[in-house]
Design a protein around this ligand. Structure first.
Ligand code: ZN
Length: 487
């Protein structure tokens, strides 16, 4: 009798980062995603604890998309002895080398900054932070360098880009097909067909799934029929708001306010995904004449590169975006848009007065150029910070976004918060739970088993309740390192 296929969750089991799952059969071993744990120094230190598996015997690694919580540990593969290929969608294959090289550089820079005492500093002083939160943020050892630039380059050479919807043999008894998940450019749900003995089992990894509504990206695909689905549940605990927020109306208000009050509107922005969504909306408003010459600065080389990858793959974009490219125009560029390629150019923006919009990373406000823009504008009534997504509990971003932070410290400068702060919803790259449940049943089938990952336990329980209204499947909340037999 053959050993049944087994799944083991190596991360993102009851939490939202560190995605990685091992599939083993009696003939082959495949790893899906190898992402970073993120959040605070304690979480980050977990990245150095190598999962207890033999990387030399892996037949293949698959990467669902180029977000760091799904791909950020791929740079460790050469040192761990992995010598085979990393499979992903063709657009992801273009983004991944850049993301991994940037991650390697950042790890080195953080170590040097920590040792020199110049590490980024962004904290709320008033109200005084919760002592337990402050303790979790305290770094007691050097930040870990998981891999060097050379390792990232070695991984880049092993990446194989594949198109959506084409079967590909991966390992003895395992073949793979990718489906457009509509989350960021190149994002994929991964369908694996496993032949074991006389049986076949189809396993589907959702990856991160984007919302069903209009987007600059092509309409996402629904879940194909599968026996077992491993589904993300990031938004499982969030209430679904009534109606869809009108992003263009909210941006019009930000632009009108900037013009009327001479404000600089700062958007803390993630480079891959959120930045392109914002640029796409602003491009539309520019064509309608709403910007009227007001400059928009995209202060992130990675975001600029991600926009280029989008435009190089028009087939992955919406019909409207494809028509623009066919007409020689760009859905991710417009007259008022300025690309900021270097730190020097970014620092020059600090001297700028008058109405403008700046999109700068990091989206979490814990590092990157957004910090010097905040340091420059937070204490002034003519500043405006616009949050467009999730904020880490206890962080400077949460203190600002919820309006509770009165006094903050950024890179050693203490400031009273006088700038306008607002929050914009409707830009999430994740489907909300009801939408995700619709994705799951779009083919009209009920999987035998749905395993929920990539969400904290409240989110997973919320997701489990919602989807059990729609499907007859058994629903599991796998724990870290617990092997689960799937046939
Ligand atoms: Zn993602």
């Amino acid at each position: 009798m053959t050993k049944p296929p087994t799944l083991t969750f190596l991360g993102a089991a009851g939490e939202v980062t560190g995605s990685s799952t091992l599939l083993e059969t009696d003939r082959a071993r495949v790893l899906v995603d190898f992402g970073l744990f993120q959040g605070n120094p304690t979480q980050e230190a977990r990245n150095a604890d190598v999962p207890p598996i033999d990387f030399r015997s892996l037949d293949a690694v698959i990467c669902t998309h180029a977000h760091i919580d799904h791909c950020g540990r791929l740079g460790m593969l050469p040192k761990l002895g992995f010598r085979n290929s990393v499979f992903c969608h063709e657009a992801t294959a273009e983004l991944l080398p850049r993301v991994l090289a940037s991650s390697a550089n950042l790890q080195q820079v953080r170590l040097e900054e920590y040792r020199k005492g110049t590490a980024p500093d962004a904290v709320v002083l008033d109200p005084v932070p919760d002592p337990a939160w402050a303790e979790a943020q305290r770094r007691t050892a050097d930040p870990v360098v998981l891999y060097a630039r050379g390792d990232a380059e070695r991984v880049a050479r092993s990446i194989v880009g594949v198109p959506y919807r084409a079967w590909r043999d991966l390992a003895p008894g395992i073949r793979m097909r990718l489906h457009d998940a509509g989350h960021i450019v190149g994002s994929a749900s991964v369908e694996l067909e496993i032949t074991h003995g006389a049986s076949r089992t189809r396993v589907l990894f959702s990856g991160d799934v984007g919302p069903a509504g209009p987007s600059y990206l092509a309409t996402r695909e629904g879940a194909p029929a599968a026996d077992v689905v491993i589904m993300e549940s990031t938004t499982g605990a969030r209430p679904v708001g009534a109606g869809t927020p009108d992003v263009d109306a909210m941006l019009r208000e930000v632009i009108a306010d900037a013009r009327a009050n001479g404000r600089m509107a700062l958007f803390p922005t993630f480079s891959v995904g959120r930045a392109q969504v914002l640029v796409h909306h602003l491009a539309k408003l520019s064509r309608e004449g709403v910007l009227g010459g007001m400059p928009v600065y995209l202060d992130s080389p990675m975001a600029i590169r991600a926009g280029e990858v989008c435009c190089a793959h028009p087939e992955l974009l919406s019909a409207e975006a494809q028509a623009m490219i066919a007409a020689g125009d760009s859905p991710l560029d417009f007259d008022e848009l300025w690309f900021v390629w270097s730190r020097k150019q970014s620092l020059k923006l600090l001297d700028r007065e008058g109405p403008a919009i700046v999109l700068a990373g990091s989206g979490f406000c814990d590092a990157g150029p957004i910090l010097h823009h905040l340091e420059r504008h937070l204490a002034h009534e003519r500043g405006h910070v616009v949050f467009t997504g999730y904020v880490l509990p206890g962080s400077l971003a949460e203190g600002l976004a919820t309006g509770t932070a009165r006094r903050v410290r950024i890179n050693g400068t203490e400031l009273n918060v006088r700038a306008r702060v607002s929050r914009m919803h409707g830009l999430s790259g994740h489907a909300h739970m009801d939408d995700l449940a619709q994705w799951l049943v779009s083919d009209g089938h009920s999987p035998e088993l749905v395993l929920l990952n990539h969400g904290d336990d409240a989110a997973r329980q919320g997701a489990g309740t919602r989807i059990s209204d729609l499907v007859q499947s058994d629903i599991g909340l796998p724990g870290l390192l617990d092997p689960i037999e799937i046939a």
